[in-house]
Structures are given as C-alpha cells and as structure tokens.
Write a protein of this length. Structure first.
Length: 322
C-alpha cells in the first residue's frame, strides 16, 4: 500500500489505512485497556494482561501488533516464537518491570532457598526465566491458592499486589519491593473528598494501588475485573482508581453510567495516565504495520526458559475468562 504520510492528519483516514495495512500484512491488532481510545477502537481484541496473553497464545495470523507496553509484546513473542510481534513504540516500557532488575532478583531468590518463585507478568523476559509461575492481577489469587498452604513463596515485583494477595489468602509470601509509578500516586485524601461529593459512587481500585486506598475500595481487581463489575453492578456512578485508559471501554460498554477518574496527589501532572502506555499513537501503529518495525525480539534460549512459567500460568488459569 502506498501511503502519503504527510497528507494524513485525519483520524478517520489513519484508521482506514491501519485496517487496510492490517489485511495486507496478515496482522492482528491487540490493545490493552490503557491504550488511547482511538487505538482501542481499531483493535481486533482489547483486554487486560491475562486476556492479551491468552489471545496471543491462540491467534492464527502471522503478525501480532501488540499495542501496550514492552513486556506485553515480549510475552506474546515468547508464546509465539514463529510469529512476527510488533509494537508501535519500542520505548513503551513499564516502571514496575524496571523496578525488578534480573541480577538483583536472582540474588533475592538465592537469599530465600526452598521458595517457589511467583512473578507478576509486568516483568522482563530475564525475570520470567527465573520464575516458577507467572501471574497477572486477574489470576494471582487463584494461582497462589493452587499451591499448598505451607508452600514458601517469593512474590515480585509489585509490593502492593503482593500485600493484597497475602491479605486475601492468609499467605505470608516474601515480597520484592517494587511498585508502579501511576498506581502509587492516587491521593487517598482527594478520593475521600470525591466520595463525599458522590456518596452513591462505588470506588474501583486496581491492586497495584497502596493499601490505604485498597481499604476504601468497593471492588479491587484487574482492569477486566473492574470493567465487569461496573457493567454488572446496579450502581450508576463509579470512581475509578487505575490508569485512565480503562474509562474509554467502561463508557463505551455502559453509556448510561458515570465514570469519574480518581485524582492523583499532584492534580497538575496527569499522573493517572501511564506515560509509557500513552506513547503509542495511531500514526505509530500505522507506521509499524507499514515498515514491520519495531519488532520484538527475544533470544531463543531465554524465550525457552521464560515460556515455561507463562505456559504454567495459562494452564492454571484455563478456567478464567478471556
Ligand atoms: P491488568 O492486567 O489489570 O490489565 O493491568 C496491567 C497493568 O499494567 C496494570 O498497571
Ligand atoms: Fe507499568 Fe504502571 Fe504503566 Fe501498568 S500503569 S504499564 S504497571 S507503568
């Protein structure tokens, strides 16, 4: 397809080009709920981290374009080594994945002999390769509970998710001290004020948020869990304490309900936007289909080691929805 890039400033024309290129290249477009709304609108599949991994493991198209952050593309590539996996912006990283350096994590494991290693999907392939089973926020509780109660467990890297899972399972997992810069910034004080202003509103909280906010929540869960809860709830107003991209699908699915983004401590910073997720744009998505770059590449031996704990996660969460 010939594309005159300079002449295209129009969103509808970009979307048309993306859909045409997608057909020509035999590509499938997958997007996380934190992506900009216009990217979610052109995607074949949108979902939380668990759904994206489950879908990637089963798609037939030879090219996967993963609109999300790097670890999501890496997970898709590890699961589908023979496919081409593209991401619109190679700099779309994750502060949580960055908070867990693989060499330091290996030392941490050495310091805790006899422990099973459970890692959140928000990690690099090198950390996954050191892991017994990967989890997402959508299946962490079930997977932790699938191990005997006396099993000694290391959980990394998110301390807030780890503390939450310890509290709901009664386990005492040893936690890596990592966190996400977006979820830690929500302001308990401002959200308490908002609850006074909207007394009927339910508070939806992602488990990467800090404990004081979790204690105020009406529902804690992954993006997909919060979305499902909002759709099925008889309530009509929700304060949403997770990255702002999820509001697009909440509003699309429940046009008669009101979704209020939770404020962060510094209201001038737009902190409930993940700066990495928001690096992806329609232009970059079009260009990556056009040029076949940036491509996600994972060393074959590393991928073989990292695949085992991801496949174990998929086996253990077979009963959990896509
Ligand atoms: P979910 O798996 O809940 O979609 O979360 C992914 C993520 O990056 C949270 O910050
Ligand atoms: Fe990573 Fe946080 Fe962005 Fe999720 S919101 S991708 S955990 S930096």
């Amino acid at each position: 397809m010939d594309v005159d890039k300079a002449s295209v400033s129009n969103t509808e024309e970009l979307k048309r080009q993306i859909l045409q290129l997608k057909k020509e290249k035999g590509a499938v477009i997958m997007a996380h709920y934190y992506q900009k709304g216009d990217i979610q609108d052109v995607a074949d599949y949108i979902g939380d981290s668990l759904a994206l991994a489950q879908i990637a493991a089963n798609v037939e198209e030879p090219v996967i374009v993963l609109c999300g952050v790097h670890f999501m593309g890496e997970t898709a590539k590890i699961l589908c080594p023979d496919k081409t996996v593209l991401i619109p912006d190679a700099d779309a990283g994750c502060s949580l994945a960055d908070s867990c350096d693989a060499d330091r994590f290996a030392e941490f494991i050495k310091d805790h002999p006899g422990h099973t290693v459970i890692s959140y999907v928000n990690t690099t392939a090198r950390v996954k390769a050191l892991t017994d089973v990967v989890v997402t926020s959508g299946n962490a509780r079930e997977i932790v509970e699938s191990f005997p109660a006396d099993c000694k467990i290391i959980f990394g890297p998110d301390r807030n998710l780890g503390n939450y899972i310890n509290s709901v399972t009664g386990r005492n997992m040893v936690l890596w001290d990592g966190a996400c810069h977006v979820h830690e910034k929500f302001s308990v004080e401002k959200i308490a004020e908002l609850k006074k202003q909207y007394p009927q509103a339910r508070l939806l909280v992602h488990p990467e948020c800090k404990k004081p906010l979790q204690l105020m929540a009406d529902k804690i869960g992954s993006t997909a869990v919060l979305l499902k809860y909002a759709c099925e709830s008889p309530h009509t107003q929700f304060i949403v304490a997770t990255e702002s991209g999820i509001l697009h699908e909440m509003r699309r699915k429940c046009p008669d309900k009101e979704f209020i983004p939770a404020p962060a401590s510094d209201s001038t910073c737009g902190c409930n936007d993940c700066s990495y997720m928001k690096l992806n744009t329609l232009e970059k998505l079009r260009d990556c289909l056009l040029t076949g770059t940036p491509e996600v590449v994972v060393d074959e031996h590393l991928a073989a080691k990292a695949r085992r704990p991801i496949e174990k996660m998929l086996e253990l969460s077979a009963g959990i929805r896509k």
